[in-house]
Design a protein. Structure first.
Length: 345
């Protein structure tokens, strides 16, 4: 573990700790803690509704409806589609999406009963890596400028691809959930609800709008670009504070067992699958192979918690998985670096 990466990890934990302290001290408002059965908390009748808002929910909505859309639109609008390393990108995203879908289908088969969004939430926790806060300094320190360029190309499509796929899956689950309708919806109604909720969505809509703007060949006005960049910079600190606030509300106790499966998939199974598919299926070797494997080996990213907050499902378990996988990454990263020295010298 390099000094630069260690410093980033410590800075992340410090920011999370500030969020935890803010939650415990009530600096952001009354904290809605929940009992073990995770029933929705009851509002405090002594407080106005505006003052009784759950700070974790407010932070999650800020990130999901303002900061993340700004980041996605700006990233998509500025992509240089003509010079993307497409073989490397496919070598990463094909196995990652396969693992994502496998986790999702496995969870649906197990009939997780913590809300219809639970299979998608566990799928994102097991597949969505912390590619910015940990990934960028890690790639820069380990692979240099050439490897960092490949990593940035992966980051530019990371949220666009995975969040879009997961949004379609969770909206399809919600649309066909018979408990939300007087009777089970017909197929056309299910497809209609899914299409509408997927397109008019704070993740997918800015992606489509950014792609449309990209295809026009026009550059963003400097004022617009600077405004979007300012909003986008808030994603990382807000997400880290959100993790701390959620930890204060739920804690880690009782969540480790549920989070363990996602952690094992994220830190061990996913990079192994990416290594095999990228090397054998797409012929990657050397630096590109090393970059995609270490990208897959990153700990669970904070966007998983934003997704869990958005659909009010498994927030406590997701928070535990993010924190514990980040701690475990200090050890699993060394393992994958040793493997790559043999496979991709």
């Amino acid at each position: 573990m390099t000094a630069a990466v260690l410093a980033k990890l410590l800075a992340m934990f410090f920011t999370v700790a500030l969020g935890w302290l803010a939650g415990r001290q009530g600096w952001l408002g009354r904290l809605h803690t929940r009992p073990a059965d995770l029933e929705p908390p009851q509002p405090d009748p002594a407080l106005p509704a505006a003052l009784d808002a759950d700070p974790a929910r407010v932070l999650g909505n800020l990130a999901f409806f303002i900061f993340v859309p700004a980041l996605l639109f700006r990233t998509t609008a500025r992509l240089d589609l003509a010079h993307m390393p497409w073989r490397t990108l496919f070598g990463f995203f094909v196995p990652v999406v396969v693992v994502l879908l496998a986790v999702y289908l496995w969870q649906r088969r197990r009939a997780v009963r913590d809300g219809t969004a639970a299979p998608a939430v566990r799928a994102i926790t097991a597949s969505f890596g912390n590619s910015v806060q940990v990934g960028i300094p890690f790639a820069a320190a380990l692979f240099g400028e050439e490897g960092l360029a490949i990593h940035i190309a992966l980051v530019s499509l990371h949220a666009l691809v995975l969040l879009t796929v997961l949004t379609v899956l969770v909206e399809l689950d919600l649309a066909r959930d018979p408990t939300r309708h007087a009777q089970a919806p017909a197929l056309w109604r299910t497809l209609g609800l899914t299409a509408r909720n997927t397109l008019v969505h704070p993740v997918v809509l800015p992606v489509l709008a950014g792609l449309a703007w990209n295809l026009t060949g026009l550059r963003l006005h400097p004022v617009v670009d600077e405004s979007l960049a300012t909003l986008a910079t808030a994603v990382v600190p807000v997400c880290l504070v959100l993790i701390g606030v959620t930890l204060a509300a739920y804690g880690v106790r009782g969540q480790v067992r549920g989070a363990l499966g996602s952690i094992v998939v994220k830190l061990l199974l996913l990079p192994a699958v990416v290594l095999a598919v990228a090397h054998i299926g797409f012929g990657l070797a050397g630096l590109p192979l090393a970059v995609v494997v270490m990208m897959a080996a990153l700990p669970a990213g904070s966007n998983a918690l934003i997704f869990a907050q958005r659909y009010a499902s498994l927030q406590a378990e997701t928070t535990a998985a993010i924190v514990l996988s980040t701690v475990a990454f200090a050890f699993t990263a060394s393992f994958w670096i040793a493997v790559l020295r043999v496979v991709a010298p």
